[in-house]
Design a protein around this ligand. Structure first.
Ligand code: ADE
Length: 287
């Protein structure tokens, strides 16, 4: 089978075959937050990021998305990007020389605060806090893995941060990169409307969201909770907060313990600590 002519190495290719070019980086405003994605599957982008609010913000140039085809940085007749694991074992490992050239190209023209992240189930857990941190950066380079992983030496050389989106194994890093980008881009000013920003605030309090209802008040014999029909805003807010607490306690004991510690309540009993205990430091937030 004949290959298309080789592209010059190091060129930034801005492509997403599944979407027209109008969503891509040429529309970005100068200095817009940029995600540079190194991947064997650039056609996976923008994917869901091209839809709804993130897609609209991308088209408006509030953020930019650039992909680099990893294979463009491979050499030789077969343009191999992987090789067998040294020491034996199943699968293939992404070659350090190929990944290094791709990351060097991705670093071109970047300045300021620009972390380089490799999406991997071995990484530190992604969180709302990390999304907030990344949204304040100038951009991010995301390396998407396939196969068994990447040769450790290039990760060390380029001080790459490994990040996981959860304790399960995906086939590759592309979906994980989209999760990370989505959670980050929605924190960039003007990307979201006011309604959505409120949701983010609520999560950053460290509690799960309270249940939501809409019309009709009686649906299929099930009633909307009375309090929500009362028009009493303070009481509604109190009820929603209590629901958030109950849900968090039941579903996420880890978040619940951190919340209790932060709010100065006893992590074991869920009771308020006395002032003396709080001052003694028992109720302080742990990071
Ligand atoms: N690649 C494969 N699995 C992953 C995960 N859980 N998080 C991030 N990247 C991955």
């Amino acid at each position: 089978m004949s290959r298309p002519p080789a592209r010059s190495h190091g060129r930034l290719s801005i492509r997403a075959s599944a979407r027209p070019r109008d969503l891509m980086a040429e529309t970005a405003r100068p200095g817009a937050w940029t995600a540079r994605v190194v991947t064997l599957f650039p056609e996976a982008f923008p994917g869901a990021l091209g839809l709804s609010l993130t897609g609209k913000a991308l088209a408006e140039g509030l953020w930019a998305l650039e992909t680099l085809q990893l294979r463009d940085f491979a050499t030789g007749k077969h343009r191999n990007v992987d090789d067998t694991p040294t020491g034996g074992g199943a699968g293939m490992v992404m070659r350090p020389d190929v990944v290094d050239r791709a990351l060097a190209a991705a670093a071109e023209g970047t300045s300021g605060d620009w972390p380089v992240i490799y999406l991997s189930p071995r990484g530190v857990p992604f969180s709302q806090g990390m999304a907030q941190r990344l949204a304040r950066a100038d951009g991010v380079t995301l390396l998407c893995g396939r196969f068994e992983g990447v040769d450790q030496r290039v990760l060390d050389k380029r001080r790459v941060l490994e990040v996981s989106i959860g304790d399960y194994v995906l086939t590759g890093g592309e979906l994980a990169a989209q999760v990370l980008i989505d959670a980050t881009v929605r924190l960039i000013p003007r990307v979201l409307g006011n309604a959505e920003s409120a949701v983010e605030e609520s999560f950053s309090e460290g509690l799960l969201e309270h249940p939501q209802y809409t019309r009709p008040n009686d649906w299929d014999g099930r009633q909307v909770p009375e309090i929500l029909l009362s028009g009493h805003h303070a009481k509604i807010a109190e009820w929603r907060h209590a629901q958030s607490e109950a849900l968090t306690k039941e579903r996420r004991p880890d978040l619940w313990r951190a919340y209790l510690a932060r709010t100065g309540r006893d992590p074991v009993e869920g009771q308020e600590l006395s002032d003396a205990q709080t001052i003694a430091g028992k109720g302080e937030q742990k990071d």
